[in-house]
Write a protein that binds this ligand. Structure first.
Ligand code: PLP
Length: 390
């Protein structure tokens, strides 16, 4: 019987070396040696051979990290990248050609939006955006050149949820590659392949690392598609470093227990904020007031670690709130053991016009909290005193 994913996240490990190490070893080496000239020749003859050549191609520590994500996501195979954005870019570059069309949710990560709008057009690849809350409008956007549908659920920072099964069915019907950025949920909470996603990718920098230390990315899916991604990454170079893979693989040992704790703290915070005199709206997937709560409960095992809320006082209140925080960190990362607050309208999304911000759900007083693992009473106390000054 296959082990439970919780166990696999802890026990999957590179084959023990002659040193009899207990914790996983770190293979910090650029290249690998051969016993005979014939072995070296054979290694280069066939790209599909499972042999260590050079760490841009493959490395045992990186393989260990990838194998764990493959198991947790219920995929066939996977490949790692240096960052989450390298995973996004590799997915576009590997499967899209001049003249092709991508359909994407409008609420995608800022740099993904930049690739779609600033870089892909240079190679004649066009895109259409749909609203996460209106999946019924997706089919009308499909053209004969539509190759890929791309989305994140929950979205950042709006925390909109889309029905993965519904989108998966549309993609199957029209023979479109369905790609999901599963960074906000992690495979401990949601496995999009179950609902028809072909490729699932991650910024491993966030909850997978979970302690704000290293950058990394990973893409998993069917063997034939992953092989094409592998060749793109092997030849163009955005490979994951062995050190970062080692850090991330160790992090996966605590992924499930951390996600449970992030979600418990996040739900408690969301409940505290709902109905608060300074707050007009709270969004958290597992609050019954979330517009897509029923879908969230269907496809996620908990609500994840991100809560957003709207300050009644708008943009000025947002700045005051951030300045008044004493414990929560003001930083751009998320998915850390330390709680983090951000105010998208005055920071990450300040360059967008008001209309563009509205279209991706960023209202003037929107605050995003990446709820950490500190004691919930301390998280609430800091947010409460900052709210009083906002
Ligand atoms: C951070 C993030 C990315 C980009 O990942 P990096 O590791 O920073 O390159 C992509 N998608 C989502 C949803 C993210 O939060």
């Amino acid at each position: 019987m296959a082990q439970h994913p919780r166990t696999q996240a802890i026990r999957l490990q590179t084959e023990r070396t002659a040193q009899k190490e207990h914790a996983t070893p770190l293979f910090l080496t650029s290249s690998f040696v051969y016993d005979k000239a014939e072995d070296m020749a054979a290694a280069f003859e066939d790209d599909t051979l499972d042999v260590n050549i050079y760490s841009r191609f493959k490395n045992p520590t990186v393989d260990e990290f990838v194998n764990k994500i493959v198991q947790l996501e219920g995929a066939e195979d996977g490949v790692a990248t240096a960052t989450g954005m390298a995973a996004v870019f590799a997915s576009f570059m590997t499967f899209l050609s001049a003249g092709d069309h991508v359909i994407s949710a409008s609420a995608v990560f800022g740099s993904t939006h930049s690739i779609l709008t600033k870089y892909l057009p240079k190679w004649g690849i066009t895109h259409s955006y749909f609203d996460m809350t209106k999946p019924e409008e997706i089919e009308a956007l499909i053209t004969p050149r539509t190759k890929m549908l791309y989305l994140e659920t929950p979205s950042n920072p709006g925390l909109d949820i889309i029905d993965l099964q519904l989108v998966g069915d549309i993609c199957r019907k029209h023979n479109i590659l369905f790609v999901v950025d599963n960074c906000f949920a992690t495979p401990a909470v949601q496995q999009p392949i179950k609902y028809g996603a072909h490729l699932v990718l991650h910024s491993a920098t966030k909850f997978i690392d979970g302690q704000g230390r290293v950058l990394g990315g990973v893409i998993v899916g069917p063997k034939d598609l992953v092989y094409q991604l592998y060749l793109f990454i092997r030849n163009t170079g955005p490979s994951l470093s062995a050190f970062n893979a080692w850090t991330l693989s160790k992090s996966l040992e605590t992924l499930f227990i951390r996600m449970d704790a992030h979600a418990a703290n996040a739900l408690a915070l969301a409940r505290h904020l709902e109905g608060h005199e300074k707050v007009s709206r709270v969004k958290y997937p597992f609050l019954p007031s979330h517009p897509q709560h029923a879908i969230a409960v269907k496809q996620m095992s908990n609500g994840g670690g991100i809560v957003s809320f709207e300050l009644k006082g708008g943009i000025d209140s947002g700045r005051k709130f951030l300045n008044a925080l004493q414990m929560l960190s003001m930083t751009n990362n998320l998915g850390d053991s330390r709680s983090i607050a951000s105010h998208p309208a005055s920071t990450t999304h300040s360059k967008l016009s008001e209309a563009e911000r509205q279209s991706v759900g960023i209202t003037p007083g929107l605050i995003r909290i990446s709820v950490g693992l500190e004691h919930i009473d301390d998280i609430i106390a800091d947010i409460e005193q900052a709210l009083q000054q906002s």
